[in-house]
Design a protein around this ligand. Structure first.
Ligand code: ADP
Ligand code: VHF
Length: 377
């Protein structure tokens, strides 16, 4: 596709029919880390204006931990994951109460969606999330999405909401993604470093990844820092969605197409795909090691992985879990969702479809990973 100009990207953001806005903890909190309701109200005012102009808004909001630790009597945001999860469970309701009150002043209803990465890589849950979000938007509701911190297990937790927001943008086929944070855009190096300069336009996010330096969060409040924001801009660009990254105070101007923050152009055509979630959200729980023939077929991008080409299975996992597909040298070729438990696969290795049917029954005469559930890396 031809690379659009910055003006074209800004104007497509301004004309977006559906926009996903992500706000980070650092933009909703005071210097002590507590939820700052005045900042939340200011954001809602900007979002209500965009709704008034006719656009659908999906808000991906962090802030549950920030809202929860004060009422629980902690002096600061807890550092251990289990306490963070418990704190988020207390804070999420309080956060939503503030959003309900704030949006209510503009006559706008909100709906809460809590998502875990693990839930949404499987097709049934993926379609459910898609259907519910679509219906909420049809009903004029602003869906407010957060990671389901209380349930997300440690190793598969997003932790930050940046990548989640890009996947949601893909899921709802948004026309724009707006990432709101505590810096006014992407800099050539962490902004605390001397000489770091803001980029106002990134025509191809893939081409700048090795030219700029990014680090994790600059505060104790946010989680992913610029690393995960760039990943989010990348996922969005690859789904054909433009992104604007800016500070929360610029939410209004950013959505109106003003040249604030950093604009990222889409790099591929639009498309919504659950396979994107498998690529970005799935944390593999095991490995399937394949022979040269199967490796070639998988690399070709259109084949399912058959048991006949699999030489070994590593670690324990269940049917439906994400796994790595590796060649015999240990290189990762693809991620996919396994159709069988690791124990079953151990019996199926190297067998062709008719052998599987004959030995174990017709329900075993299927690929170990169907091509619809397989993503090259
Ligand atoms: N190259 C960079 N450009 C801009 N910000 C950067 C860069 N590298 C690291 N950062 C840091 O990323 C931080 C924003 O991420 P984070 O604290 O996780 O915020 P949020 O809570 O909004 O997700 C900034 O405050 C900044 O210190
Ligand atoms: N789900 C967590 C978000 C964690 C977090 O800080 O995310 P972010 O601000 O996006 O780096 C919460 O609501 O507190």
């Amino acid at each position: 596709m031809t690379t659009p100009s910055q003006a074209q990207v800004r104007s497509s953001v301004a004309q977006a029919k559906t926009v996903v806005v992500k706000v980070g903890s650092s933009s909703l909190t005071s210097s002590t880390g507590h939820l700052d309701v005045a900042r939340l109200n200011a954001l809602v005012a900007a979002l209500a204006e965009v709704r008034r102009m006719g656009a659908n808004v999906v808000l991906v909001s962090s802030g549950a931990i920030a809202a929860g630790f004060g009422p629980l009597g902690f002096d600061a945001r807890p550092a251990d994951v289990t306490t963070q999860q418990a704190t988020a469970s207390v804070g999420q309701g309080l956060l939503m109460a503030h959003y309900e009150a704030a949006f209510g002043r503009y006559g706008i209803r909100v709906g809460q969606i809590l998502i875990t990465a693990a839930d949404t890589i499987r097709s049934v849950q993926y379609r459910n999330a898609q259907r519910t979000l679509k219906r909420l938007l049809q009903l004029g509701v602003v869906p407010i999405v957060n990671e389901n911190d209380a349930l997300a297990s440690n190793e598969i937790r997003f932790g930050d909401n940046d990548r989640l927001s890009a996947l949601i943008a893909n899921l709802v086929r948004a026309d724009a993604l707006v990432l709101l944070t505590d810096v006014d855009g992407l800099y050539t190096a962490p902004p605390c470093e001397e000489g770091a300069k803001r980029l106002d336009y990134v025509p191809n996010v893939e081409k700048i990844l090795d030219k700029i330096r990014v680090s994790g969060s600059g505060s104790d409040l946010g989680t992913g820092g610029m690393v995960t924001k760039l990943e989010a801009a990348h996922v969005a660009a690859a789904s054909g969605i433009p992104t604007v990254l800016t500070k929360a105070e610029n939410a209004g101007p950013a959505m109106l197409g003003d040249p604030v923050g950093t604009a990222f152009a889409p790099i591929r055509h639009r498309g919504s795909s659950r396979r994107l979630w498998i690529g970005y959200a799935a944390a593999p729980r095991g490995e399937l090691i394949v022979d040269d023939g199967a490796a070639q077929a998988v690399r070709g991008g259109r084949a399912s992985l058959l048991a006949a080409g699999v030489v070994a299975v590593d670690r324990e996992f269940s049917a439906g879990d994400p796994v790595w597909i590796c060649d015999e040298e240990g290189n990762h070729l693809a991620k996919g969702l396994s159709s069988f438990d690791s124990e079953e696969i151990a019996q199926m290795l190297g067998k062709n479809t008719s052998e599987l049917k004959h030995e174990f029954g017709a329900e075993y005469a299927h690929p170990l990973v169907h091509r619809d559930n397989l993503v090259l890396v």
